[in-house]
Design a protein around this ligand. Structure first.
Ligand SMILES: *Cc1c(COP(=O)(O)O)cnc(C)c1O
Length: 382
């Protein structure tokens, strides 16, 4: 059983995708054409964002958002030590300096207390990251940001559908990002990403930065966006073929999210009480206003690497999100952190394992993975 597949999803969606892709070819505009404009509008409506700006990847979305928010060389951004490497490398690519903080060991989000301790006079921004199935503690983090005068930029790459007090992830601070990497909850068939924001000035700047700094070239479908050229931008266009796929998948997103919740519940039921399983995904109701959306089903186990090897031998694909905490990654060695600095992040890297998880799975598949895990720890099936 592969860790990820969307073959079945594409079977039902194929007629709609084929007709949209054929429109792309007929239109003769392959990036920032009609499908991208339709997708940006549909995504803004689905998330409740005033603006959704399509770019080439979630990583580009983060870099451009940080730049558009005015990050200057030497400015510090507080980033959790347990996240995808792009959260912090985007800060470096935007000219800033990541400063790490520890996570909440149950929910895996940036811990407000640890984040507050990482703030220095050079800190300008705070980057909450929402991982796996729930948002970081936004009440606590917004409070830290207010007390220290920091701009909040959310790495909500994994968080489509997650809301805090009814507000979609990415819209609690200055802005946030989405990734449409194929494995994500809303996945394309290649790379794509977007920035979500309610701020028209940020929107204008990002729309310019993604297209060589040319203002007004690629956002004509949003009202009130003018036409001028200011910044040195990059080429981070969104492909219309990706937008065509994403538009088709967006019509099923609520259904896919509901299916993901059923599959997660099936795993939790199957794995409850299995010895060697240290933690199942926990929904931390920090206040009652947050809803889980299962992007990844992540458990903590004893003997993680041996279990992953055993499952692989039996044809079950797993992933390790994330094997090395960022403060110990080679690319950030120059920042001077040491093992032991962020114990919760380090423990999460050693114990967590992501199980096969996507809407194509059946509850029988979940049952068989659960049975394999039980057999690994107890020597018995059932
Ligand atoms: C996927 C992801 C990204 C990067 O998105 P890409 O589209 O792959 O560039 C950034 N941060 C987090 C937390 C992610 O999960």
């Amino acid at each position: 059983m592969p860790f990820f597949s969307q073959a079945k999803t594409f079977e039902y969606l194929w007629p709609e995708i084929r007709s949209r892709v054929s429109d792309v070819i007929d239109d003769g505009k392959y990036s920032h054409g009609r499908q991208v404009a339709l997708f940006e509008t549909a995504l803004a409506r689905w998330t409740g964002a005033r603006y959704a700006v399509g770019v080439n990847s979630g990583t580009d979305a983060l870099v451009l958002l940080l730049r558009a928010c005015g990050l200057k060389p030497g400015d510090e951004v507080v980033v959790p030590a347990f996240t995808f490497v792009a959260s912090a490398s985007a800060v470096v690519l935007a000219g800033g300096r990541p400063v790490f903080a520890d996570i909440d060991p149950v929910g895996y989000g940036l811990d407000p207390w640890s984040a507050a301790h990482a703030v220095t006079p050079r800190t300008r921004m705070l980057m909450p990251v929402h991982l796996f199935h729930q948002m970081a503690d936004m009440s606590g983090l917004l409070d830290v940001a207010r007390r220290h005068g920091l701009t909040v930029v959310e790495d909500s790459a994994e968080a489509i559908g997650m809301r805090w007090g009814g507000v979609h992830a990415g819209l609690l601070g200055a802005g946030g990002v989405l990734s449409f990497f194929p494995t994500k909850t809303l996945g394309a068939i290649g790379d794509a990403g977007a920035v979500l924001t309610d701020d028209p000035e940020l929107t204008e700047r990002i729309a310019a930065l993604r297209h060589h700094g040319r203002y007004g070239r690629t956002l004509a479908h949003f009202p009130g966006i003018s036409n001028r050229t200011v910044d040195n931008g990059v080429n981070s266009k969104m492909d219309d073929i990706q937008a065509a796929v994403l538009l088709a998948k967006l019509t099923r997103l609520d259904q896919d999210i509901a299916r993901r919740a059923e599959l997660a519940a099936a795993y939790t039921q199957r794995l409850a009480g299995v010895p060697g399983v240290l933690r199942l995904p926990t929904v931390v109701r920090r206040d009652t206003a947050t809803n889980p959306v299962f992007y990844v089903y992540l458990i903590e186990v004893e003997h993680r690497d041996e279990l992953a090897g055993y499952l692989a031998e039996h044809g079950v694909g797993t992933e390790t999100y994330y094997p090395v905490p960022l403060h110990l990654q080679t690319c950030f060695a120059g920042l001077g952190y040491r093992r032991g600095d962020f114990p919760h992040a380090e423990a999460a890297c050693e114990r967590t394992l992501a199980l096969p998880f996507h809407p194509d799975l059946s509850t029988d598949d979940i049952d068989s993975v659960g049975g394999r895990i039980r057999r690994f720890f107890t020597g018995r099936p059932e």
